[in-house]
Design a protein around this ligand. Structure first.
Ligand SMILES: Cc1cc2nc3c(=O)[nH]c(=O)nc-3n(C[C@H](O)[C@H](O)[C@H](O)COP(=O)(O)OP(=O)(O)OC[C@H]3O[C@@H](n4cnc5c(N)ncnc54)[C@H](O)[C@@H]3O)c2cc1C
Length: 165
């Protein structure tokens, strides 16, 4: 039995989404609020080491992440020549466990989408709302409270609640 039954998570980046999934898995009703209307991710690619892969498995996101990513167990150094001559190949450590690759690379927006979908699937109690929590009193708003007068949310993701204003 969790000590709390309802939590507001502000920001649906990797940390916020992972937090929402873990809370939902414990039966906590989660409101995940995000200021950006679209699934956004800084940069194009992300390199995930063993500890991150282990956490993706704990979040129930590993099968999709594994299918979408490029896993590797060594680091190759190549010369900047036309043929990209291989200079050295350095084995990497499987720090997440023997059954996980040492490292995996994948597009950031894909990882963000996998985690958001997982949050939606984790519990019917989880909802994501696009809202700027910096508006009004400056305090985050909880689900059910009136929408902001100048909110910027425009999401049309069928998984998520969208609050516009
Ligand atoms: C160039 C670069 C390369 C990197 N490469 C790697 C890598 O290869 N491997 C790796 O593991 N890590 C990498 N990192 C680090 C990794 O990207 C970050 O640690 C991680 O994305 C942080 O996630 P987060 O959820 O804490 O924050 P963020 O991703 O910043 O998410 C915060 C979210 O909160 C929202 N938000 C903010 N304020 C509000 C508000 N008031 N109301 C509502 N929503 C709000 C934001 O819009 C955002 O979506 C890299 C970082 C950078 C900058």
């Amino acid at each position: 039995m969790p000590a709390v039954n309802k939590v507001l998570v502000v920001g649906s980046g990797l940390a916020g989404t992972a937090t929402a999934i873990l809370l939902a898995q414990e039966g906590v009703a989660v409101d995940l609020v995000e200021v950006k209307p679209e699934v956004a991710a800084i940069g194009s690619g992300i390199t995930l080491q063993g500890n991150a892969l282990r956490e993706l498995r704990r979040l129930g996101a590993w099968p999709r992440a594994r299918a979408a990513g490029f896993a590797f167990d060594c680091l190759g150094l190549r010369a900047p020549d036309a043929g990209g001559t291989l200079l050295a190949q350095i084995p990497d450590v499987r720090s997440g466990g023997a059954d996980l690759p040492a490292t995996m690379g994948m597009p950031r927006p894909v990882l963000a989408r996998i985690l958001l979908d997982r949050a939606a699937d984790s519990s019917s109690k989880t909802s994501r709302t696009t809202v700027d929590s910096r508006q009004g009193s400056g305090s985050p708003r909880c689900a059910g409270s009136p929408p902001p007068t100048t909110g910027r949310g425009t999401r049309s993701d069928p998984h998520w609640t969208t609050r516009t204003g």
